[in-house]
Design a protein around this ligand. Sequence first.
Ligand SMILES: [Zn+2]
Length: 349
Amino acid sequence: MWSEDAEQIAHAVTTSQFCCLTESMISNLSRRTTLLMLGSVAASAAIVHAQWNPALRYGPPRASHRLQIGGATLQLDFATGALDLADDIVTKRIEMAAHAVATYYGIFPVPRVRILIVPVADRSGVVQGTTWGDVGGWPGFTRIRLGQHTTQQELAADWTITHELVHMAFPTLPDDQHWMEEGLATYIEPIARVQAGELSAKQIWRDMLDGMPKGEPQPGDEGLDRTHTWGRTYWGGALFCLVADVQIRVATTNRKGLQDALRAVVAAGGTIDHDWPLTRALQIGDTATGTRVLMEQYRSWSTSPTPVDLEKLWQQLGIQRTGEQVEFSAAAQYAKIREAITQARPLSV
Ligand SMILES: [Zn+2]
């Protein structure tokens, strides 16, 4: 599997991009563990916009479809190559992922998007997703490498496409803050899918119980800006988002959350096709919620280890593990906060 991705990894050092692997690549690892595998590589990516168009090597698409979602135009292109699935099945899955992202952000974050489906012979499932900003005239560009023998069930269970599209909803950051880009996508993807009615809240909180401990600082950690391990990049970033979300809701008696902060960043033009320092986005987010949660949390988390008492947090949110599942407690201190995090809100377009 690594040889197939070698070219893509090589490009990661010269282009601004975000990429993720899927569970089909490493079947015995959890779905989020697999995307962490490439994190250490992607975290070292230099930021160079629009100097390399990843679509050029595939030639003209064999089929092209236009979708209107959340105020954006999405051009969905299929590169040459065999797929067992009919185009309209794939198209519907892309539509669903884009709808989830638009649901979370209130609009689709960039106005024009190209999504290129690249069939991968003799493989099954979503093999890989990669997203770039400002490539070939497109504010957002996502390439999905889709296995030739992907089934409808595999496509329905996929998280990668949604994760990739979430990347479009935040500015491109300096390398040291790559954890925020991956952390956001890791945290928002499942929440957006619950808000859109794709997944249940219990499913995604169970995944968070499994995943968040991987984001805790390990011995020798020097903070998120200075510790570019896979765990800290993806799950450390996701943990930052979860704690910030809860803290914003505590500070505003649950009237505002991270979702409000992130919608404000997009509204201010903070999308993948723009290079920003992270503090610019965090300040906009804090202004939108009337708090200082993001900036203050960033100050401590960026340069020091800051472990989180996750057992206490789960208890406060009213989430208990029961075997393979979780149960919710409506009487917990932050039960309403837990409910608000996955509560659907109307689109603004
Ligand atoms: Zn990613």
